[in-house]
Design a protein around this ligand. Structure first.
Ligand code: ZN
Length: 69
């Protein structure tokens, strides 16, 4: 089981019922340092919590036209 949680506001983004090492997710391809930063395993190593940024906390792309309107 993999749960996706926003690392900024804690909002739950969704979950994946399979193993966090599933190649589809690409998490197993991360370096050990990256896994340590983004993936938290529970005590049994079965449920992984992945810290990402939700839509609300993603940096807003800078709109160059803003100054000229
Ligand atoms: Zn958020």
């Amino acid at each position: 089981m993999v749960r996706y949680v926003c690392r900024h506001c804690g909002r739950r983004m969704g979950q994946f019922p399979g193993d966090w090492r599933d190649p589809v997710l690409g998490l197993a391809a991360l370096t050990p340092e990256e896994q340590e930063e983004f993936v938290q395993l529970d005590d049994r190593g079965e449920t992984a919590t992945v810290k990402i940024l939700c839509d609300y906390c993603l940096p807003v792309p800078w709109d160059d036209n803003l100054w000229y309107n």
